[in-house]
Design a protein around this ligand. Structure first.
Ligand SMILES: Nc1ncnc2c1ncn2[C@@H]1O[C@H](COP(=O)(O)OP(=O)(O)OP(=O)(O)O)[C@@H](O)[C@H]1O
Length: 289
């Protein structure tokens, strides 16, 4: 649905994108992550047609009028109400636009819908941008940091909304909030210094990269258990995280064979333990720093 080949974008002598081969399947949700200045906004700008590539191929398989781009700080005429903004977007998109009221509810703006947007907070403007984007039932939705100004509840709503678009629209969104990408994306692309250093599914990203670890919750005996664990050859690290011990291990097999024995030796009262899910954040840091 969206592909680039050997895509290069130079600003003067600086290559903001340097040979990017992007592949976004139709109907999927694609998360673009990378540190500041990695080239995410530039890439989204090229896909939307707002910026020109220096060289390379861009193929966007969507009707141009059904490609919607949402910048991270959307702006609207301040005298319009939220409802008017969304209604205008629906009108401009033409049929088969979605239901304005339903979209306002979905984006959490129903109560503020009749207020002028000049008085909206940044988070509300982001919700409004999303409402105006989805109401036109786009084929391709390009979202630049769509949840950056939102509180955790707002982020949750935005992620749910994006997840509901799966199969109906192709979504490419950039984010610094890696947990969001981990949760909602089918595929992930990691940009660093203008290069796509990884592209694939979350499983493909994590395999062989994240250090295996066990999370152990004890009611008593945490100190004894920590001291004993640190002496084990198969333990690579021990970190205290609230009430839990996070135990880095050479292999999960080592932990399965020896962990219960060490906890018993420490006479700890064990509430529970199990392998810790590898987090994208760790892998991201490993790859980008
Ligand atoms: N219009 C421009 N003129 C000159 N340089 C630019 C321009 N836009 C971006 N750049 C440079 O290109 C590089 C990539 O910028 P871009 O905004 O695409 O990164 P980003 O990954 O979106 O960053 P952020 O996460 O901070 O938004 C940066 O080094 C930036 O300074």
């Amino acid at each position: 649905m969206v592909e680039t080949a050997a895509l290069v974008k130079r600003y003067g002598s600086h290559a903001a994108l340097d040979g990017v081969d992007l592949a976004v399947p139709a109907g999927s949700i694609y998360g673009l992550v990378g540190p500041n200045g990695a080239g995410k906004t530039t890439l989204l700008g090229i896909l939307s047609g707002l910026r020109r590539p220096t060289s390379g191929i861009v193929r966007v398989d969507a009707v141009p009028g059904r490609v919607v781009t949402l910048p991270d700080t959307p702006r609207f005429d301040s005298w319009l109400t939220g409802r008017e903004v969304v209604a205008l977007a629906a009108h401009l998109a033409g049929p088969p636009a979605g239901n304005v009221d339903a979209v306002l509810v979905e984006t959490g703006l129903a109560d503020a819908a009749d207020r002028r947007v000049g008085g909206y907070s940044r988070g509300m403007l982001q919700r409004l941008g999303l409402a105006a984007s989805v109401v036109g039932e786009p084929e391709l939705l390009l979202l630049d940091e769509p949840a950056s100004a939102l509180d955790p509840a707002g982020r949750r709503e935005v992620l749910d909304l994006i997840a509901r678009l799966r199969g109906h629209a192709t979504v490419v969104f950039s984010s610094h909030i890696l947990a969001d990408v981990q949760e909602v994306c089918d595929r992930i692309g990691i940009l660093r210094d203008g290069r796509l250093i990884f592209q694939g599914t979350l499983d493909e990203l994590l395999v062989g990269r994240a250090t295996p670890a066990y999370r152990v919750r004890l009611r008593t005996g945490q100190d004894r258990a920590e001291a004993l664990l640190r002496r084990q050859a198969w333990v690579t690290s021990v970190r205290i995280d609230g009430n839990d011990l996070v135990v880095g291990v050479g292999t999960l097999d080592d932990a399965e064979s020896h962990l219960a024995g060490v906890l018993a030796e420490a006479a700890a009262k064990v509430v529970g333990f199990g392998p810790q899910d590898a987090h994208l954040e760790d892998v991201f840091l490993e790859l980008t720093t």
